[in-house]
Design a protein around this ligand. Structure first.
Ligand code: URA
Ligand code: SF4
Length: 224
């Protein structure tokens, strides 16, 4: 009888623990959502660099707040500026194909950019990058992705610098996995050519496709 009672208590305790773990998980997710919403509001009214003048809609980023994979591009183009969402133009269509090659769906990854406002000339100055990247830093810190795919040179350079990795040409590092471990994040950074670069330079298309296929293999190995 005594034994049975002890057993019951243990189950009760286990149930309580399970419940509190579940609640913890929900509260972590809720607080992530809250912090990101606050940050989104700051971006919407941000005037820290001159790019606010030409933006129609800032592009904060989108995806699950607990996404394991985060993609970081350069910044909004014409279509993104109109819709306020990342990668909705031609490069975005190609990105969807690349995600599929890795066995991923857009809905399961978090997608954002180094720059949050429209880049009329598809480039950002050092000062503009410095002004805007605290938003990206916070997104990384809150979401805690296990894998960050850096799309193109600017995102790659920014992340390599942030995590103290040696800068090298994209030709050398694309598709490779760089493990970083700091107080704020433990993750793998994978630099890739930007999807738009394959639209401008068709031979890059097969390079990109192969890198994304291999990313899919890596993800499957990791989940085993
Ligand atoms: N190119 C980018 O780098 N980001 C976008 O969101 C769209 C195109
Ligand atoms: Fe602010 Fe970034 Fe937009 Fe510049 S690009 S105004 S720093 S949100």
């Amino acid at each position: 009888m005594k034994l049975l009672k002890m057993h019951c208590l243990t189950i009760e305790e286990a149930c309580l623990k399970l419940l509190s773990n579940k609640l913890d998980r929900f509260s972590v997710e809720d607080s992530r959502r809250e912090i990101l919403e606050e940050l989104r509001k700051k971006v919407e009214s941000c005037r820290k660099c001159p790019l606010w003048r030409t933006r129609k809609n800032p592009v904060f980023g989108e995806g699950p707040v607990d996404a394991e994979i985060m993609l970081i591009g350069l910044g909004p183009g014409y279509h993104e500026n109109i819709e306020g969402r990342p990668f909705v133009g031609a490069a975005g269509k190609f990105l969807d194909k690349l995600l599929k090659l890795a066995g991923l769906d857009r809905s399961e990854v978090y997608i954002t950019n180094v720059m949050k406002c429209y880049l009329p000339e598809n480039k950002a100055s050092e000062d503009e990058i410095e002004a805007c990247t605290p938003y990206l830093d916070k997104q990384i810190e809150v979401i805690q992705p296990r894998i960050i795919v850096a799309l193109g040179n600017v995102a790659t350079e920014y992340l390599f610098k942030k995590f103290g990795l040696k800068r090298q040409s994209m030709g050398k590092i694309h598709g490779k996995i760089y493990r970083v471990s700091s107080l704020i994040l433990q993750a793998e950074i994978i630099p890739m050519y930007h999807p738009a670069s394959a639209l401008r330079n068709p031979p890059l298309r097969s390079v990109l496709m192969e890198d994304w296929r291999r990313l899919g293999e890596h993800l499957r190995e990791k989940s085993r």
